[in-house]
Ligand binder design. Structure first.
Ligand SMILES: Cc1ncc(COP(=O)(O)O)c(C=O)c1O
Length: 467
């Protein structure tokens, strides 16, 4: 059981080396990192190494890693079974822009685990996979528009960065007539206009949209759960209704399985929810952290390649990625890694739930055991706009406080906790729960103190309970 948090002093992280690196890195890289999502200001983390379910920063602070690189590390960091295989294969050379047998092996495994996929091609990132999936849909249907759901993230190409993750929901526009909100500058208006925002879990909205613009819509792209918004789940029947509606209007359905693929089930969210999409995208868990990704679909739809549509890439199917996919997907196919992950996730979700209940807070644990979010609210969230009504400030404080207590979730409630196979080892589950318990207690204490200083002793609890 987790230790009594009151028995421990408030922990702090060593930061000397990382603070110096942050100053140095900012001279060389915008924000001091290679991705906007890693810019955490003075708390920006510079990593040393990872092994299994753990990660260590360059000041020697160790954490149970609940970010897992935003999901790809499905087995654990530095998994010898994958790394040894990749090492062996890469000695034969890495990049030829010719096709190796590893690539055929990798795609055959994608097909075997997702039997509805007839043909697939490798890319290097999820971004490339969704970009090409959208192009396939446009090439096949001859239509231009793509429907995407508010709060869903499909990577960093221009067609994906619409209505993704504003903090202020008013920016998304009226609920009945949402606007296509470009995330940042540099996205041409004409490109943005081809992406039509929709509201997740709202099938009536989708029907009205299809009736109005269906003849111009090539596809709906969907993260099967809101994997970039706490893992908000579909309402019962939502995916089935969306599948039927897309078929009725001759619109293709793209499942973006970049986060859910090979994680929710061997056949991803499509298998888990019992849906057969037309196209799917895979990345992350496909290569246990190596940059392996793919897009694929049913025979007729994929037949636009190679003659009628462009797709290529110097590194597409490179040996490192292909070998990593082969080793990882064989392990997912042949071992009980996923069952272990799901059982570990259930243990952590149960433990977290009990700890929150003990504090009398309203909450919902969302998502799937392998990838879940914690929302402080008494309402079940069903779309991105609902996230605004949760006490995400409390979540962020708890998540950040966990770092100094030895566990690292993303300090943003929109990003789920990820579970890998190695999290089942040793006392990792207890360590996560101890970190959560200590951090939750500290955050609530701080709120109570702030409130009493402000003469409002009830604020801490009522804020959370009201969502
Ligand atoms: C659902 C989804 N699609 C696409 C992407 C983009 O993948 P990548 O970061 O590999 O470009 C992500 C990344 O987080 C994602 O979560």
């Amino acid at each position: 059981m987790p230790a009594d948090p009151a028995a421990r002093p408030t922990p702090t992280l060593r930061r000397e080396r990382q603070s110096a690196l942050y100053r140095r890195a900012k001279q060389a890289m915008p924000g001091g990192t290679n991705s906007n999502f890693r810019v955490w200001g003075d708390d920006t983390v510079y990593v040393d190494r990872g092994k299994g379910g753990h990660v260590w920063d360059l000041d020697g602070n160790g954490y149970v890693d609940l970010r897992l690189g935003y999901g790809p590390v499905i087995l654990g960091h530095g998994d010898d079974r994958v790394d040894d295989y990749v090492n062996e294969r890469m000695r034969k050379g890495v990049s030829f822009s010719l096709t190796s047998e590893d690539e055929i092996d990798a795609i055959e495994l994608v097909k075997e685990l997702n039997p509805w996929v007839a043909k697939a091609r490798m890319t290097v990132s999820g971004t490339e996979a969704t970009m090409h999936a959208m192009r396939v849909a446009r090439a096949y249907t001859g239509r231009t528009k793509i429907v995407k759901f508010e709060g869903q993230y499909h990577g960093v190409h221009d067609y994906a960065l619409i209505s993704v993750a504003p903090n202020n929901m008013a920016e998304l526009g009226d609920e009945e007539n949402p606007v296509g909100l470009a995330w940042g500058r540099g996205i041409p208006e004409q490109v943005a206009k081809t992406i039509v925002p929709a509201r997740y879990n709202n099938i009536e909205f989708l029907r009205r949209l299809f009736e109005r613009e269906g003849r111009d819509i090539a596809a709906v792209i969907v993260e099967p759960v809101l994997g970039n918004a706490a893992g908000i789940l579909p309402k019962p029947g939502f995916h089935q209704a969306m599948r039927a509606l897309t078929e009725e209007f001759g619109i293709l359905l793209i499942f973006d399985e970049v986060k859910t693929g090979f994680r929710f089930a061997r056949g991803g969210a499509a298998e888990y929810f019992g849906i057969t999409p037309d196209i799917a995208t895979y990345a992350k868990a496909m290569g246990n952290g190596y940059p392996a990704a793919a897009f694929g679909g049913r025979e007729e739809v994929m037949s636009v390649l190679p003659d009628k549509m462009s797709h290529g890439g110097t590194y597409a199917g490179n040996r490192v990625a292909a070998a990593a996919a082969v080793a990882t997907l064989r392990l997912i196919r042949d071992t009980n890694a996923l069952e272990t992950i799901h059982a570990t996730g259930d243990r952590i979700r149960d433990g977290v739930s009990k700890l929150i209940e003990a504090k009398g807070l309203a909450y919902h644990v969302t998502g799937h055991p392998s990838m879940f979010g914690i929302m402080f609210t008494d309402q079940v969230a069903s779309e991105y706009r609902d996230w605004a009504d949760t006490d995400h400030d409390l979540y962020d404080e708890v998540a950040f406080g966990m770092h100094a207590r030895g566990a690292m979730p993303e300090p943003d409630s929109r990003e789920p906790w990820f579970i890998c196979e190695a999290h089942a080892q040793g006392d990792i589950v207890d360590r996560v729960l101890t970190a959560f318990e200590g951090s939750l207690a500290a955050a609530l204490d701080r709120r109570a103190t702030d409130a009493s200083h402000a003469g409002r002793p009830e604020a801490a609890m009522s804020n959370a309970a009201a969502g």
